[in-house]
Design a protein around this ligand. Structure first.
Ligand SMILES: Nc1nc2c(c(=O)[nH]1)N[C@H]1C(S)=C(S)[C@@H](COP(=O)(O)OP(=O)(O)OC[C@H]3O[C@@H](n4cnc5c(N)ncnc54)[C@H](O)[C@@H]3O)O[C@H]1N2
Ligand code: MOO
Length: 438
């Protein structure tokens, strides 16, 4: 899916596809989020079988294909009767003459002429001198039974043909699926989920066991797919490559997947830096792609890249440092996947800072935090290469370049996997806190 076109930042400057090294500003964090959301055109809706539709967002109204129920049926086991009785029992199942009855089971088609259903418990059958079977009320029948229309489920009483039962935009739950089945649908049109290829780079990265010095244990392979799913994408199995330019070229080169199974997005890890083994930008350029965002004024994660290949696939280049990569994922991949999936951009919440946090020149600091009673407390062990802090975090404080004082409101994004959605602005709350230095 092609991007809408190279955008102009809110500052009015055209985005610069060059690497912003240490100390260079790059696109402002909030602007980068917005641009990553604005670039893609949403994918067209897809048709999915009912069994796979739960949790998806309906793209087109679901209407009743015919009256619901589509025929008048019995709500009880017993007899369809015409009149107030006694009745002559009839073998005829389609029409009932006055003072006639025929046996019927729950759900059975009510014969034309039937005025009500008599429950099995309320009737008894006798035989007259001619051998004719007669149905009459027994002594367990209630006074006035059967009332007119009693125990008949009338056609169309749940919905008329054409009535909208589930409006577009509904996130489908299992009961919606059942309703769609009852309404005669086999497949539903839902918002597409972008297919996401994952390319993990680095010859030093090992995917199992205890890494030797010079090696690192892969932090992305075991969890990135889960996070992509939480962000509304469909992850493919990770593809691992080393550090050579040729490997990068073939990993980003045209996909051999059949039409319909082509990834919409490729997420790469590593290779965003300035060294001779960092090939992301060169490979994108050699393939005729264009860099949409290069460098974000944030820490960690500033070398992150957003690019687009000529066939419309987006490339999100995450830095290799694990926490930096997760922050770049939140900044670029989350808005991109939301836009492709026709969802809205998640609003940044607010909490009260639980600590003084140092400014960082022109960059937004993204600091994993705990949120307790509306107060956001920065967590320790949040260096760019560390995962220990993030593992216990509820959210990320997006500390503005000017820093923050304890007691002031600060922007906070919840992590995609946290259940607590606590972000409140408690006026006049001033928390005691230790300063959080840059
Ligand atoms: N001269 C400069 N060097 C660096 C700068 C800079 O501005 N000037 N920026 C630093 C920052 S900040 C970051 S972030 C990284 C970006 O690095 P790359 O994206 O090029 O990633 P790599 O160099 O390939 O790896 C960095 C680091 O991450 C480890 N890594 C890679 N993949 C994995 C994985 N799957 N699981 C765990 N860890 C992984 C890799 O071993 C490296 O330790 O550049 C800085 N350098
Ligand atoms: O910004 Mo790097 O992305 O600090 O680790």
């Amino acid at each position: 899916m092609l991007a809408r076109g190279i955008a102009t930042g809110s500052s009015g400057t055209t985005l610069c596809p060059t690497w912003h090294g240490a100390g260079q500003r790059g696109t402002a964090w909030s602007e980068a989020r917005q641009l990553a959301f604005d670039f893609p055109v949403p994918l067209p809706p897809v048709s999915v079988p009912l069994a796979l539709a739960s949790g998806r967002t309906l793209a087109r109204d679901v209407a009743a294909q015919q009256n619901l129920p589509h025929y008048s049926s019995s709500a009880m086991d017993g007899w369809a009767v015409n009149g107030s009785g006694p009745w002559t029992l009839s073998e005829e199942r389609r029409t009932l003459s006055p003072d006639h009855a025929s046996t019927i089971a729950t759900g059975g088609l009510v014969p034309t002429g039937a005025t009500s259903i008599l429950r099995k418990e309320s009737g008894q059958i006798t035989q007259d001198a001619d051998g004719k079977l007669l149905l009459a009320l027994n002594d367990r029948a209630q006074a006035g039974e059967p009332q007119l229309g009693q125990h008949i489920r009338h056609a169309g009483e749940e919905a008329a043909a054409g009535e909208v039962l589930i409006p577009a935009g509904t996130v489908l739950n299992p009961a919606h699926i059942a309703l769609a089945a009852v309404a005669g649908h086999d497949e539903l049109q839902v918002d597409a989920k972008p297919l996401v290829a994952i390319v993990l780079t680095g010859a030093e990265v090992v995917s199992a066991g205890i890494p030797a010095p010079g090696q690192v244990r892969d932090t992305f392979g075991p969890q990135l797919g889960t996070v992509i799913s939480l962000l509304g994408g469909i992850p493919e199995n990770p593809h691992r490559i080393g550090d050579s330019y040729d490997e990068w070229l073939s990993a980003l080169g045209s996909s051999e997947a059949p039409p319909g199974e082509q990834p919409d997005v490729i997420i790469t890890t590593g290779g965003t830096g300035p060294s001779g083994t960092d090939h992301l930008r060169r490979a994108v350029a050699a393939l005729g792609g264009r860099v949409l965002l290069d460098g974000i004024a944030m820490r960690p994660g500033h070398p992150a890249v957003l690019a687009e290949l000529p066939d419309g696939r987006f490339v999100v280049g995450l830095p290799g440092n694990p926490l930096a990569a997760m922050m770049a994922l939140t900044t670029l991949a989350e808005p991109l996947l939301a836009a492709l999936g026709n969802r809205s951009l998640r609003a940044v919440g607010q909490a009260i800072s639980g600590a003084d946090i140092d400014p960082d020149r022109d960059r937004t600091r993204l600091i994993p935090c705990r949120i307790i009673h509306g107060l956001a407390f920065p967590i320790s062990h949040t260096g760019p290469g560390m995962m220990r802090g993030l593992a216990w975090a509820d959210g990320i404080i997006a500390v503005p370049p000017g820093g923050a004082q304890a007691g002031e409101p600060v922007p906070v994004l919840h992590l995609p996997w946290t259940t607590s959605k606590e972000t409140t602005v408690a006026a006049n709350t001033r928390a005691r806190g230790t300063p959080w230095h840059a």
